[in-house]
Structure formats: C-alpha cells, structure tokens
Design a protein around this ligand. Structure first.
Ligand code: SAM
Length: 274
C-alpha cells in the first residue's frame, strides 16, 4: 500500500521548481500548431487544499508562500504565480495546483492528457476533478511506468512526458532509469521531464549520472537546494529534462537564481544547471 500523499507536501520548494519548469516546457511546446500529448506518469490528486493549521504549513512555507506576494519575479515565475492565483480567486493562498491542473490549463483543444495515479484516493480526486467534462483528459488508475509503455510513441508524434514519483520506494530510481531507456528507444524525440529529491541516499546521489548515461548529451539537469541537509528532510531537488527546448537554459539561468534568493533558508542554498 502506498503511504505517500502529495497533499502533505503541496506547494513546497520542490513543487515550485517542478511546476515552473513544467510551465516553461508547456509554453514552448504549445507554440507549434500541432497536437501534443501530455503524459503524467505520477499525476497525484490534480489540485490540493493547503492546510490551515500552522504546524502543518511548513511545506508551503518553504515554497509558494514565500513567493505569493512577489512583484519582481522573472516572467516564467510570474506565469506560475498567475496559475496559483487562478486557483485562489479570492486572493488568499488556500489551494495549490498539481501538475495535471497546470497542464490542462495550458494545453489546447486538440491536445490530450494521459494521467496515471495509483493511490485510490488521489486517483478518485483526479477523476472527480476532471469529471467527464474535459474530453482531452484521460485519468487512469494504473502504474505510471506501464502507462508509458502503452502511450509511447504517441499518435501525434509529439509528447511531453512528466515523471514525478514519490521515491518512497528505492526501486523508483531504477524504475525511472529503465523506463527512460525504454521510452527513448521507442520515442526518441519526446520531451521527458523527470523530477527527483536530492537526498543522502546512494540512489539519489547517483541518479542524475544514471539518467545522463541513458539520455546522452541531449539533456539538461537543473538542481535547487534551499538549506543545509537535515535528517529526514529534503533540502533540495532536481529536474532532468531530455530534449529540452533550446530556450530553456537561458530561462532557467534567470529563474533559478531568483528562486534561490527567495527560497534559500541558509548559506547552503544554491543551484546548478548542466
Ligand atoms: C510526487 S506525487 C505527484 C505530484 C504531481 N505530479 C504534481 O506535481 O502535482 C507522486 C504520486 O505518484 C503516485 N504513485 C506512486 N507510485 C505510482 C505508480 N507506480 N504509478 C502511478 N502513480 C504512482 C503517488 O500516489 C503520488 O500521488
């Protein structure tokens, strides 16, 4: 039984990095007048109600709450904040959008969303959120790695694949590497965005190198650390993007230092882009 629930972490510093990158990818890929598939292997609940109790607010306080009132954000962060404000129409930060919500907002009429989620409660929330009203969206209560095999190569030959496991099982690291190797063999031109937590474990420390070995030179690796590592906590996270848009390095070179400035909690706060 899966115990990880993203609702306890929604809006933290890792979500900020992940969702800003996701928006940059969507903005680029929806410029071309050709249908696009969005495949989200670990979709979560779609959107989250943020906890009100102060003791439960540490996660949002590490991320979105520190940006909520920003007036000097670079354009990609402003677009991200617009999305979060859209889901909070009365101006109070009470809700946070998940990756499916963000993708659905920016994808076009002829695009498709394939959303996999294994946790029964989150899969149910996801289905209820989209209902039957949005014919672009397909919610699947199934293993996201199996979904990749089923949906790639995509029918329109264009796809953005978001891989965002919880890594509560150490086997997730290996599963992602294997899934990426298999996916790029069947669909070499896809854009793959893989999120991971920067932890002290051997699997986490070696993960980017393992992905690099699979993807070769056509990849971008961005990391953001907000504090000194502490036992049990996640001080930083990374995203590994295969076949990134040519505009992404310049954009991240502006955005990530700005985020570190805002979200950094101590002198260990830093970032990298390779
Ligand atoms: C980090 S959360 C996803 C957050 C979401 N992508 C977002 O940005 O809003 C990871 C999700 O993966 C789900 N999950 C875990 N193993 C899975 C699997 N093998 N296939 C599909 N979903 C899985 C968990 O229940 C959890 O909701």
């Amino acid at each position: 039984m899966l115990s990880y629930r993203h609702s306890f972490h929604a809006g933290n510093h890792a979500d900020v990095l992940k969702h800003v990158v996701l928006l940059e990818l969507l903005a680029y890929l929806t410029q071309k007048d050709k249908p696009l598939w969005y495949v989200d292997t670990h979709a979560g609940a779609g959107h989250y109600t943020l906890p009100e109790h102060p003791a439960a607010r540490a996660e949002q306080q590490s991320g979105i709450a520190r940006l909520w009132d920003a007036t000097d954000a670079p354009a990609p962060v402003t677009r991200y904040l617009d999305d979060v404000r859209q889901i909070n129409p009365d101006g109070m930060l009470a809700h946070y959008p998940g990756s499916p919500w963000i993708a659905a907002r920016h994808l076009r009429r002829d695009d498709r969303l394939w959303l996999s989620e294994l946790h029964p409660a989150d899969a149910e929330s996801l289905s209820q959120h989209f209902g039957t009203g949005d014919r672009r969206v397909h919610v699947e209560k199934r293993d996201g790695f199996a979904a990749l095999k089923a949906h790639l190569p995509p029918q329109p030959r264009r796809a953005l694949v978001m891989v965002d496991p919880s890594y509560e099982l150490a086997s997730d690291y290996r599963n992602v590497s294997v899934a990426l190797a298999d996916s790029v063999k069947r669909f070499a031109t896809g854009v793959y965005a893989i999120w991971y937590p920067m932890l002290a474990s051997r699997e986490s420390r070696g993960f980017a190198a393992a992905l690099q070995a699979v993807a070769g030179p056509r990849a971008l690796h961005v990391t953001m650390t907000v504090r000194e590592p502490a036992p049990g906590g996640m001080a930083g996270s990374g995203m590994f993007i295969v076949n990134p848009p040519y505009t992404l390095p310049d954009s991240l070179n502006t955005v990530v230092p700005w985020l570190v400035e805002r979200l950094g909690q101590d002198r260990a706060a830093t970032w990298s882009l390779e």
